[in-house]
Design a protein around this ligand. Structure first.
Ligand code: FO1
Length: 457
């Protein structure tokens, strides 16, 4: 088998092996691309060994954790390309509509697969879906981590404290797991008949989402574009040295492609690592790999092992008790959700950050910290601040509701993966940040001008 066994978990130990002569079905939950997809490669390898067809299913829910048209549009346009890619590779692609806890078992009842393969996703709702599907079918279910370079369960068996505790584990395992992907094959055992092509207009008509948050146009979704953007980024990796300056084009902008499974983080790691070997001095490879692998996989670790990843109770004990001690500190300002959302605080820097989020679906990595910390400073309670930060991010960011998003907000507001700092009002021992800090890093006025009020539609 060309896929390392550690990438795979048998979710149904009482029915470990594929059974019968039915197709192998790959239910894609998180990773929706034809290439560089360990779950699909695993499913195909077994299907070829058993000489059976390979099916891919994706289950679209009409609403998902507050997602708006902006995110659904990015996801669906990527799925259109994925369907075409599957079809041209003799893989039957079917779009299921509705609750996966019903739709996936119904699909299995109709197609009697010999094996159901699914990918790994640490979010609570996805774990519940997968558990319910295992319970409602009699087929063997195998799960493959197609997202992390080092499978989350193999990297660490427990909740990690911080980057410094997971980093050595990752560094030790990286040479083994940062391997090149085999190519997906044109499947040699096509199904007797290909499914009808998806009616994308109909699919869109089933959504029950807020359409006032418009799709973005500055990025084109899909596997091909994700790869093209990665190539453009690696061609100018030296620009990443400016990553903390939101007025400069230093960031990769790949996060939406990772979030919607259109590009494998491991592909980005392989390509960037290739540059490291060229040895160019101004090549910030290590810092990119730190963000891409260590920080990203730490976020998966947090959401996988901490059931309270999106609430105050998920913060470390020191952070909870310190925030509790400062619960009644007077706040200089207290804004409502609408005021935050509409970017009408007294702070022009904060408003500019919020307008960046509203108009582009992205918030610069450095500004994201400032943005969330000020929400803590000017909200009635840490719980409210956390809820506001998560909701604004999930409503407007293309990569909202991602482990990275939850951890980003929890780091700023609850000190998750950080350490205790000097005590101060409202923040307690949570690390403080202010506009002077920003001014030391970049031209604050230029940033405010860029996201002036006029940038909003
Ligand atoms: N995952 C699904 O399996 N089905 C969906 O219909 C679905 C919708 C969706 C909308 C917006 C969004 O940001 C994510 C969505 N996801 C959906 C999940 C998503 O692609 C990721 O797997 C998770 O958000 C975690 O990274």
């Amino acid at each position: 088998m060309s896929i390392r066994p550690e990438r795979v978990r048998i979710l149904t130990p009482e029915r470990p092996e594929p059974q019968g002569s039915g197709p192998v079905v790959c239910w894609v939950n998180r990773d929706r691309r034809l290439r560089d997809n360990w779950a699909l490669l695993y499913a195909q390898e077994i299907a070829i060994a058993r000489r059976v067809p390979l099916h891919v299913v994706f289950c679209l829910v009409p609403e998902f954790l507050g997602a708006t048209l902006r995110q659904y549009d990015f996801m669906l346009r990527g799925l259109e390309e994925f369907e075409r890619d599957c079809t041209s590779h003799n893989i039957a692609f079917t779009m299921l509509l509705g609750d996966p806890r019903e739709q996936v078992p119904a699909y299995c009842a109709a197609t009697t697969p010999s094996l159901l393969v699914t990918d790994f996703e640490p979010l609570r709702i996805k774990t519940q879906w997968v558990d319910a599907v295992c319970a409602a079918t009699s087929v063997a279910v195998h799960q493959v981590d197609a997202h992390n370079v080092i499978p989350a369960w193999h990297c660490s068996p427990k909740l990690e404290f911080a980057a410094y505790t997971i980093r050595p584990k990752i560094k030790r395992l990286l040479p083994t797991f940062l391997d090149e992907f085999p190519a997906v094959e044109r499947h040699p055992f096509p199904p007797a008949a290909m499914p009808q092509p998806t009616d994308w207009m109909h699919v869109r008509s089933t959504l029950r989402v807020d359409t006032s948050v418009a799709p973005i146009t500055w990025l084109t979704p899909g596997e091909q574009q994700g790869r093209a953007l990665l190539d453009a980024f690696t061609a100018h990796i030296e620009r990443y040295q400016d990553r903390n300056d939101p007025t400069k084009p230093g960031q990769s902008n790949l996060s939406p492609y990772f979030h919607f499974g259109q590009l494998a983080p491991q592909r980005a790691a392989l390509e960037v690592n290739r540059l490291a070997r060229t040895g160019a001095e101004d090549c910030p490879v290590e810092s990119y790999l730190e963000e891409l692998i260590v920080r990203r996989e730490l976020s998966d670790n947090f959401t996988f092992y901490n059931p309270n990843y999106d609430s105050f109770e998920g913060f470390a004990a020191w952070a909870q008790s310190s925030l509790n001690e400062h619960r009644d500190d007077p706040r200089q300002y207290v804004y409502t959700f609408e005021q935050w959302q509409q970017a009408v605080t007294h702070d022009e820097l904060w408003n500019a950050a919020q307008r960046e989020l509203l108009s582009t679906g992205k918030l610069h990595g450095y500004m994201r910290m400032y943005w969330a910390k000020k929400i803590l400073e000017w909200s009635a309670s840490p719980e409210e601040a956390l809820a506001i930060g998560i909701t604004l991010n999930d409503t407007h960011a293309l990569d909202g509701r991602d482990p990275n998003g939850y951890v980003g907000v929890a780091w700023s507001i609850g000190g998750v993966h950080d350490r205790a700092w000097f005590e101060r009002p409202v923040y307690g021992k949570i690390r403080y940040m202010n506009a002077n800090g920003c001014a030391k890093k970049f031209d604050v006025k230029a940033y405010i001008r860029r996201y002036a009020e006029s940038t909003l539609f």
